[in-house]
Design a protein. Structure first.
Length: 115
C-alpha cells in the first residue's frame, strides 16, 4: 500500500519558518517528480513547488519564489523549507506524486500563519 505522510505543519507568526517533510512508503518514487500542493479555505488546490527525480530541476509558484525551497535527500523523502511566511500561506499542505498529474496524495498537514 502506497503512503505519503506529511509532517512539520503548525502555527507560526508571520515572518517565521517551518519545514515540512514527506515520507513515502509502499513503493519507490526515485524516478518520479514530486510536488507540494496547498489548499486554503474556499480556494482551489495549487502546486507550490515540485522537484525532479534527481533534484536537479525545481518549480516554484510565483507566490512562494525566494521564500520556499523544495529538496529531497533520499529517494523517498521530500522537504519543503518555508521561510518568511505570510498569513496568505495559511493552508493545508499536501505531498503528491508523480507530478504534474499525481496519483498519490498524502493526508495533508495544516500550516497556519498568524499576523
Amino acid at each position: 500500500q502506497v503512503q505519503l505522510v506529511e509532517s512539520g505543519g503548525g502555527l507560526v507568526q508571520a515572518g517565521g519558518s517551518l519545514r515540512l517533510s514527506c515520507a513515502a512508503s509502499g513503493r519507490t518514487f526515485s524516478s518520479s517528480t514530486m510536488g507540494w500542493f496547498r489548499q486554503a479555505p474556499g480556494k482551489e488546490r495549487e502546486c507550490v513547488a515540485a522537484i525532479s527525480w534527481r533534484g536537479i530541476n525545481t518549480y516554484y509558484a510565483n507566490s512562494v519564489k525566494g521564500r520556499f525551497t523544495i529538496s529531497r535527500d533520499t529517494m523517498n523523502t521530500v522537504y519543503l523549507q518555508m521561510n518568511s511566511l505570510k498569513p496568505e500561506d495559511t493552508a493545508v499542505y499536501y505531498c503528491a506524486a508523480p507530478y504534474p498529474s499525481p496519483h498519490y496524495w498524502g493526508q495533508g498537514t495544516q500550516v497556519t500563519v498568524s499576523s
